[in-house]
Design a protein around this ligand. Structure first.
Ligand code: NOJ
Length: 888
């Protein structure tokens, strides 16, 4: 048996033990064994995180077993993987390198079995880098609908478009960032800082995507809450020479109750893949962090799919493999380097025994289980687009310009999705203020539309690469989470069409700085002024107006606040529409009596103008709810990003000291009055809440999972003759920079190009890393999503909701629970439903309270526990308007 290290040449070895293993759990201080506290939750385990805290080792990496509803997919995967050679298994796990094939990421193919390469493609709002695709609203925008049906419909339509382009894995949806701080650049890609809402939204989106026959990828796992310092190269680009990525330092309670929560929903919904993130978690890189991948994700949550790295988020070879990574993207260590931590090195690592055979089998099993779970077959149609050019003909391997052929077939995959997008845009628009019956508009005499955000980008809707600018109306934010617009209906064009149909006089000024023209217009008699403003953000590889992905502040862009103040000083019927990637500061102007209405329209996608017109004119009666809090000041949020490294050139330390107290949980705990609270949103009609009923169900007590797993399965043998692994022969086309599984010589040391080749696995990997013997089940685990009893319904809650106004409408009753403990947020969202109720009619709101909804994470027993602190259920139309309540 050969023994060796397996690392690519020129890549510094991150101290493998230190980087692959750390202590996540916050040490309980004080009286953890003292029974004076009610229930098992240790009151000393108050939220808290410390700089330089570490992440505990967890080995071996749990192997899949087809639990939950994965049995069929697992059986097919086992059958398939049993036929594979070692080289073929490696090919499934390793990307071919940056721009090596048509998709943003692809792994190797298995030509012997006619199996084409898997195509990984962004984005969470539509198929990226192609044409004839739709652009959907952002995740954050659809979250505002609080509508399970729309979460699913959006996911399903996006999935269908990816499927029709030949995509295997859609790189979304997003639950990390969750939205710890409103400035976070990619919060718009996710849903909401509330983990319950995000959990429901991500689960429904995943079901929608996967029902369309595409694997969803829940990302970025985990603690990926800001763009600054996520990658060292990027940070150098804006002037900080750090040696390691930022560490999100998160305590055990906060990890479970906040950041992991929606990923549990994703896993329970059957998500096929999870992308590990760029950041470190407790000073261990996410893609080699055995605590988060092996323990939290694969053991506790029973994840049956595969973990893929974010692009260049892998930092080690063998260490990441035993810590739970299953697929490396895009395959090369650094874009276009031609070197890989895996590929050849993974082949060698298995051959020389550093990586046990069961681990590579498990990687392949996980990938193929996800593949079969969503109904993919061994004969999928080819990929019909190319991420690197919109030209019809181009190089198949754009990395080196090789193999010119037809790469784009310009397949129109949009179907009738425009209507879904328009509907979501309208149903996601939050009516924050509406006085003097300003809205809905009804054949107004004169409409004056003001602001760049109402108009087009003069360079075209796709005029800025990956939407990396803020020109014209904000239909999409920037980064890899973007897609090309097939068109963009601007508010100006849609509102003008409506005005023409109504015989309304219509003028617009689309320059925020054309003050004299604006003043001349909005001062005219009978003007209804609609001011469009925005605030943008995106991914860290693009800087817009000095914002390195994250927003530098919470004010409106292009002097939007001054624009609103100017117009509203002149016109006493000023309506404000905000497009943004999160809250902005409204404090200076929101309560002006001349500002008669304020709407938040999020980032609505291609139908933007039609959606907002539908709401302004009452074709859709608004019911959306703000999925985040609008605070009076930046400081009122209690959290902020790290904009300057705080650890010299070492990894910046981002201590999540606020624990679970983010967004409304923080405002409530600190008793700060927000401008508009989480869950708030008006309608053109009104609703009355009554008759709360809480019914307790007879459910057996919670039992911790126990017992042992089976031993890790090993599927087939492989040759140990190194000549079987050499690059095939001179007739096999060799593509420069392409990542292959082959060796170029039978001299292992030379093949590995690793000067340290020769260390043993025992010297090199953490204890138990290679152990394939049966392992104990975790008390809190046992099925996808965690211990299945966490999802038992303990109570059913009903309330009567009456539409006591004169218009038909929709209402979103919300259920909050006070968990009662000294370290718990005053209230947490635990139920909601979007109901359609005609004028004068009543309907019943029903919500189930699950065991999980009433539980806290106990650091002592490492399990969920319902404490004996008093619990209260509240129901109402927002987090601060809860007319109904009852103790449990
Ligand atoms: C990096 C981003 O963080 C990730 O979300 C995306 O899927 C990949 N790049 C691929 O574009």
């Amino acid at each position: 048996m050969l023994r060796a290290l397996t690392f690519a040449v020129g890549v510094a070895l991150a101290t493998p033990l230190a980087s692959a293993s750390h202590l996540l759990q916050r040490q309980s201080t004080g009286n953890s064994s003292n029974s004076t506290y009610p229930g098992a939750v240790d009151p000393a385990a108050e939220p808290g995180a410390q700089s330089f805290q570490t992440s505990g080792p967890f080995y071996p990496s749990p192997w899949v077993n087809g639990q939950g509803d994965w049995a069929d997919a697992y059986a097919k995967a086992k059958d398939f993987v049993s036929q594979l050679t070692l080289l073929e298994k490696v090919n499934l796990t390793t990307g071919v390198g940056w721009e090596g094939e048509q998709c943003v990421g692809q792994v190797g193919s298995i030509p012997r079995l006619g199996f084409r390469s898997l195509c990984m493609q962004d984005s969470p709002v539509g198929v990226r880098d192609t044409d004839y695709n739709s652009v959907f609203s952002s995740g954050q925008t659809v979250a505002a609908t609080f509508d399970r049906g729309l979460f699913y419909a959006r996911g399903n339509a996006m999935g269908a478009e990816h499927k029709a382009k030949g995509v295997t894995v859609q790189l979304g949806p997003v639950a990390g960032p969750l939205g710890r701080s409103p400035e976070g650049g990619r919060n718009w890609e996710g849903f909401s800082p509330d983990p319950y809402l995000t959990g429901v939204a991500i689960a429904e989106t995943i079901k929608g995507i996967q029902d369309a026959g595409v694997i969803a990828c829940a990302k970025h796992f985990i603690g990926n809450e800001q763009e600054h310092f996520r990658q060292t190269g990027e940070a150098q680009g804006y002037g900080f020479n750090i040696t390691d990525s930022i560490s999100s330092n998160i305590d055990d309670v906060t990890m479970h109750e906040l950041y992991l929560w929606p990923f549990a929903d994703a896993v329970r919904a059957g998500v096929g893949s999870i992308m590990c993130s760029y950041n470190q978690v407790n000073n261990s890189y996410s893609c080699q962090n055995s605590k988060v991948l092996n323990d939290l994700l694969k053991n506790e949550l029973g994840f049956q799919g595969f973990v893929m790295s974010d692009w260049q988020a892998q930092h080690t070879g063998a260490a990441s493999a035993v810590a739970g990574l299953d697929m490396t993207m895009p395959g090369d260590t650094v874009f276009s380097s031609g070197e890989s931590f895996w590929g050849t090195n993974l082949t060698l690592a298995v051959l020389n025994g550093t990586i046990p055979e069961w681990r590579i089998d498990d990687m392949a099993l996980r990938i193929m289980s996800a593949y079969f779970k969503v109904g993919l077959t061994l004969n999928e149609p080819p990929i019909n687009f190319d991420s690197w050019t919109l030209d019809t003909y181009g190089p198949l391997h754009a990395s080196v310009g090789a193999n010119i052929q037809q790469v784009n077939f310009h397949v129109d995959v949009r179907g009738d999705h425009a209507s879904v997008i328009r509907n979501i845009g309208a149903r996601a628009t939050v009516l924050l203020k509406n006085v003097n019956n300003a809205l809905p508009l009804s054949k107004p005499k004169f409409v004056a539309v003001i602001g760049e955000d109402a108009g087009p980008n003069l360079w075209g809707p796709n005029g800025c690469s990956d939407r990396g600018c803020d020109n014209g109306t904000l239909g999409m934010a920037w980064g890899s989470g973007s897609a090309n617009f097939p068109y963009l209906v601007t508010p100006d064009s849609a509102l003008q069409s409506q005005a023409l149909a109504d015989g309304t006089r219509y003028e617009s000024v689309l320059d925020n700085y054309a003050t004299s023209q604006i003043n001349a217009l909005v001062s005219q008699a009978d003007a209804t002024a609609i001011v469009f403003v925005n605030a943008d953000s995106g991914e860290g590889y693009i800087s817009v107006d000095g914002n390195e992905g994250d927003r530098n502040n919470l004010t409106l862009w292009h002097s939007g606040d001054a624009l609103i103040q100017n117009v509203s000083a002149i016109c006493n019927n000023t309506i404000v529409v905000i497009h943004s990637t999160g809250p902005t500061l409204l404090t200076e102007w929101y309560d002006s009596p001349n500002i008669t209405a304020i709407l938040w329209a999020g980032v609505p996608g291609q139908e933007s103008g039609n959606s907002i017109t539908d709401v302004l004119y009452g074709k859709v009666n608004p019911a959306a709810r703000t999925p985040f809090t609008w605070g009076p000041t930046r400081e009122s949020y209690g959290t902020d990003l790290l904009y300057t490294p705080n650890n010299g050139n070492g990894a910046p330390q981002d201590d999540f000291t606020e624990g679970p107290f983010i967004d409304y949980r923080s405002f409530d705990a600190q008793n700060i009055t927000p401008i508009y609270e989480f869950g708030f949103g008006l309608s053109y009609t009104t609703f009355e809440y009554s008759n709360l009923q809480v019914t307790k169900l007879n459910v057996s007590a919670y039992t911790p999972s126990s017992g042992m797993t089976e031993a890790a399965p090993v599927l087939g043998n492989f040759s140990t003759n190194l000549t079987d692994y050499l690059f095939p022969n001179s007739s096999f086309p060799y593509i420069r920079q392409y990542i292959y599984p082959y060796l170029n010589t039978t001299d292992e040391k030379q093949a590995s190009a690793d000067p340290n080749y020769g260390q043993t696995a025992a010297e090199f990997l953490p204890p138990h890393a290679t152990d394939g013997s049966p392992q104990p089940l975790l008390p809190s685990g046992g099925a996808p999503g965690g211990n299945p009893q966490l999802y038992d319904v303990l109570y059913t809650v009903t309330a009567t909701i009456k539409n006591n106004g004169t218009l038909n409408g929709e209402e979103v009753p919300q259920l909050y629970i006070s968990l009662g403990g000294p370290n718990n947020p005053p209230l947490v969202l635990r139920g909601f439903e979007r109901l359609s109720i005609d004028a004068g009619q009543s309907t019943t709101f029903t919500a189930d309270i699950l065991r999980r909804d009433l539980s806290n994470w106990d650091t002592v027993s490492q399990n969920w526990v319902i404490t004996s602190y008093p619990k209260t259920v509240c129901v109402g139309p927002s987090s601060r308007n809860l007319p109904l309540s009852q103790s449990l």
